[in-house]
Design a protein around this ligand. Structure first.
Ligand SMILES: Cc1ncc(COP(=O)(O)O)c(C=O)c1O
Length: 263
């Protein structure tokens, strides 16, 4: 990145990722931005909750602008937020409104406030540390089933799998569809140097945030890894997929994220 920055002398360096399972350390980005006279924006979309919970380094002391979605690990409503140094506030505010945003969605703004309150509680830090612990257990169990973890492991809420070691014929598209039928929601994803298109892909992206909210721990994620492998190995056998689906439903029935709410 430094080599590229020295070559191109950008005005703005953007850090962030959509399918990267490792920590992005903001400090070297700041050093390189200063070296080439660029501003630094840190898009913390995926890991905002992990940052709030203290599981990942905070980019705020380093970046000029930090953006984040509120609906990923921050566990709030669909939407986003931008924080920045005061000198950029007026420009960013007016670019958002009236530049891009229409009428404000008051209920979503209220839900964001609730999410921010939740994220500032000690219990949220416990939650994010469990997300990461679950991810590591999940990734390890998936590796034992024969999947290759892109980047060799995970430090956050997601695991990006290369499916080719598990089964050279299996694409991300087929894996996602088979797992949907087995009651397990995943996301096909390209992997570095993927020979297949972004619609087909050779990778699968899985995450632990939602089921961690439901109360699942390492043991349950190891179980999910084995259910995934079983479903994918027996993907042409409808009876086998139905059996996995029933086991998934039974597992989920024991972990209710809304236990305090009655129907
Ligand atoms: C790095 C990054 N930034 C921003 C976004 C924007 O999220 P959305 O389009 O859901 O608002 C995403 C979504 O995946 C992302 O991965």
């Amino acid at each position: 990145m430094r080599t590229l920055a020295l070559e191109h002398r950008p005005k703005l360096i953007v850090a962030g990722a959509t399918a990267y399972a490792r920590v992005i350390d903001p400090a070297p980005f700041r050093e390189i931005a200063d070296e080439v006279g660029a501003l630094l924006m840190f898009d913390s979309a995926h890991v905002a909750g992990l940052i709030a919970g203290g599981s990942h380094p905070d980019p705020v002391p380093y970046a000029d602008v930090v953006s984040f979605t509120t609906h990923k690990t921050l566990r709030g409503p669909r939407g986003g937020a931008i924080v920045c140094r005061e000198e950029f506030a007026k420009k960013i505010d007016s670019a958002v409104f009236p530049g891009q945003q229409g009428g404000p969605l008051e209920h979503v703004i209220a839900a964001k406030a609730v999410a921010f309150k939740e994220a500032s509680q000690p219990s949220f830090s416990t939650y994010t540390h469990q997300i990461v612990a679950n991810s590591k257990a999940f990734g390890g169990a998936l590796a034992n089933e024969g999947f290759r973890m892109v980047s060799g492991g995970t430090d956050n809420h997601m695991v990006l799998l290369d499916l080719r070691d598990f089964d050279g014929e299996l694409t991300g598209k087929v894996a996602q569809e088979v797992l949907d039928r087995a009651g397990i929601t995943t996301n096909r994803n390209t992997i570095p140097d993927d020979p297949r298109s972004a619609f087909i892909t050779s990778g699968l992206r899985v995450g632990t945030a939602a089921e961690t909210t439901a109360g699942m721990k390492e043991k349950e994620f190891e179980r999910i890894a084995s259910l995934m492998a079983r479903a994918l190995r027996q993907r042409d056998d409808e009876t086998a997929l139905t059996a996995v689906r029933h086991e998934v439903a039974a597992l989920c029935a024991d972990f209710n994220p809304y236990a305090n709410f009655t129907k």
